[in-house]
Ligand binder design. Structure first.
Ligand SMILES: [Zn+2]
Length: 153
């Protein structure tokens, strides 16, 4: 999936569990971009020097950082530094990214290190027509609907 799809997916997931709390949405949005720090040309990887290249060389793109284990680590780390509510939001945003990538032909090593095999349900090609003209706009409309609904309840 493209970075903007990951971002809107993370924001939507964060919104669904916390509502319109700005801090939580920021954490969910950043967490939803974080797994692609394993690639220097990704949106988040291009913002950080050296580290993404080192991660790509050692772990590979869509390697261990795209697993439930990594989501659990992020949840724990954010819980330690930001409390359990933000930890859960970060974990959910991170998982939203992983589940999105799982829907692409490349898949993700979801159960790493127990099982290194990529798990996939190849429904959406990254950057393809379905993602750009159905998935991304659909998620945007869904998030807008949730936001409008919040103001009129
Ligand atoms: Zn990814």
């Amino acid at each position: 999936m493209e970075w903007r799809t990951h971002l809107i997916t993370g924001l939507t997931a964060g919104y669904l569990i916390t509502g319109a709390d700005v801090n939580s949405l920021l954490v969910a949005g950043v967490a939803a971009l974080l797994p692609d720090i394993d690639h220097p040309n990704s949106y988040i990887g291009s913002k950080i020097p050296i580290i993404p290249s080192l991660i790509k060389i050692t772990l590979g793109h869509r390697g261990p950082l795209h697993s439930i284990s990594a989501a659990a680590f992020i949840t724990l780390a954010v819980t330690i530094f930001g409390g359990p509510s933000l930890g859960i939001v970060a974990g959910v945003g991170y998982l939203a990214h992983i589940l999105g990538d799982m829907l692409t032909p490349s898949g993700v090593p979801l159960l790493w290190p127990v099982l290194s095999k990529d798990i996939k349900l190849p429904l959406v090609k990254t950057g393809g027509l379905l993602e750009r003209f159905v998935v991304f706009p659909g998620l945007c409309l869904g998030l807008m609907f949730l936001t409008v609904k919040l103001f009129f309840r």
